[in-house]
Design a protein around this ligand. Structure first.
Ligand code: PLP
Length: 449
């Protein structure tokens, strides 16, 4: 579809959405897919190839979601498809150890500072298990996290800040009992003073601090220079474990994830790390790992229980290993070229349209916040123009570009985004910027807490 084509017609997506809503809450299996934040009918995708999505009505879109991160190489990469076909031909699950698991774990250990790794099936399981292990290892109960950092839907991490800075939190959703979050401290991101105050008051009870290595789940809000090192040092000083959640950034920001750009340069290592998304190559696989002495506390070697029927699934491990193997320096260079071209085009066209915007990145992951202030915390992310983003989203969608359907998400590119795909995005930007500018609502920068 050319960017000048008229609004795509979507009767098949509409029919499927109504069928879906009759049998599934909201018609989707993960909330953001329902388009609630932008309105309209979600596109039901029939197939995908390289950077292109094709919906059930036959409309084509340049994909800037990339499955929320996993599709580093684009859809249907030949090496990944071959590996999956080969694995499926040997059976799909045995419930016994396999060579593929060993090879994938070795590949991750080779790229990251983790010494031992355990495979699981989702990022949620990875963070949940890492926290259980940290509590088991330290014999302490309190967990520190940051507002706006998402670590999957783990009860104790679906928490909202309490009334004071160092007070314990309240459940972030119905269904989570207060007893599940009363040992969780939620702090403002990038706020060293809040971290120092929390450790000063509760340090001897804190089992671990968990953070996104570079937050992408409130939109991309990079750590201030030295912030992650400060967190690692603060944890160490108090005998707490530092858990760096690289489910989104791992193997995407660089071969060694976000850590490759900060810890590897500054000379510090997280006690535990979590991975997912890219390492599954589009199939369900995730992992947690870290210091050998900490991981030794995990069953069956140690007393902390953790398990999974499909953990290390042979098809998923094959897809993950093929993806990591194909993620060469050239792949990361191409991701940067694509992201740079898009960021430059966005900056030019949005400025020309008088649309206030801030583009924030870590590596090739970036977010476009429609606001006139930098975004360093969740409160600031929320103070951006949601109506303008919805207008931007729908204009881009009508012109054959599928952005994330929420103002608070990262935009993802793949190494398969070729010049034609990039050009289709660039061509769509001017009209979308004008549409967004007409819906822009000025927002005040929140007072810093
Ligand atoms: C996606 C994500 C998770 C959760 O992973 P799931 O596989 O969706 O359970 C956890 N942490 C971060 C940083 C993520 O981006």
């Amino acid at each position: 579809m050319s960017p000048t084509a008229t609004t795509p017609s979507t009767p098949a997506s509409e029919a499927l959405f109504s069928r879906a809503r009759a049998v599934t809450p909201g018609g989707v299996n993960s909330p953001v897919r329902a388009f609630n934040a932008v309105g309209g009918t979600p596109r039901f995708i029939r197939s995908a190839s390289g950077p292109w999505l094709t919906d059930v009505d036959g409309n084509e879109y340049v994909d800037l979601i990339c499955s929320w991160g996993p599709m580093l190489l684009g859809h249907g990469h030949p090496a990944v498809l071959d590996a999956v076909r080969e694995a499926v031909g040997r059976g799909t699950s045995y419930g016994t150890p396999t060579e593929g698991e060993v090879a994938l774990v070795e590949a991750i250990v080779a790229r990251t500072p983790v010494e031992r790794l355990r495979l699981v099936s989702s990022g949620t399981e990875a963070t949940m298990s890492a926290i259980r292990l940290a509590r088991g290892f330290t014999g302490r109960d309190v967990v520190v996290k940051f507002a706006g950092c998402y670590h999957g839907h783990v009860d104790s991490l679906l928490a909202s800040a309490g009334s004071g800075l160092t007070t314990f939190s309240i459940p972030g959703t119905p269904g989570v009992p207060a007893s599940s979050t009363e040992l969780t401290l939620v702090l403002p991101y990038n706020d060293r003073e809040a971290v120092a105050a929390a450790f000063a008051e509760h340090g001897d009870r804190i089992a671990c601090l968990i953070t996104e290595a570079a937050p992408g789940n409130m939109g991309v809000v990079p750590p201030a220079p030295g912030f992650n090192r400060f967190l690692a040092e603060t944890c160490r000083a108090h005998g707490a474990l530092f858990i760096s959640d690289e489910v989104m950034t791992g193997f995407r920001v660089s071969k060694a994830g976000q850590w490759g750009t900060d810890g590897a340069v500054e000379g510090w290592v997280p006690d535990l790390m979590t991975f997912g998304k890219v390492m599954g190559g589009g199939l369900p696989a995730a992992a947690f790992g870290g210091r050998a002495d900490v991981m030794a506390h995990l069953a069956p070697e140690g007393p902390v229980y953790q398990a999974g029927t499909l953990a290390g699934n042979p098809v998923a491990t094959a897809a993950g290993l093929a993806t990591l193997t194909a993620a060469t320096d050239e792949v990361y260079a191409r991701l940067d070229v694509v992201a740079d071209a898009l960021r430059a085009g966005i900056a030019d066209t949005f400025t020309a349209a008088g649309l206030p915007h801030v583009i924030q990145s870590t590596g090739s992951m970036f977010s476009v916040f429609l606001t006139d202030h930098p975004v360093t915390s969740f409160a600031e992310a929320q103070a951006t123009s949601v109506p303008a983003y919805a207008a931007l989203f729908h204009s881009m969608l009508d012109q054959g570009v599928h952005l994330p359907p929420s103002a608070f998400e990262a935009w993802f590119v793949s190494s398969s985004h070729d010049d034609r795909a990039v050009q289709q995005v660039l061509d769509a930007l001017p009209a979308a910027a004008r549409a967004a500018a007409s819906r822009y609502t000025a927002t005040r920068r929140p007072e810093s807490e």
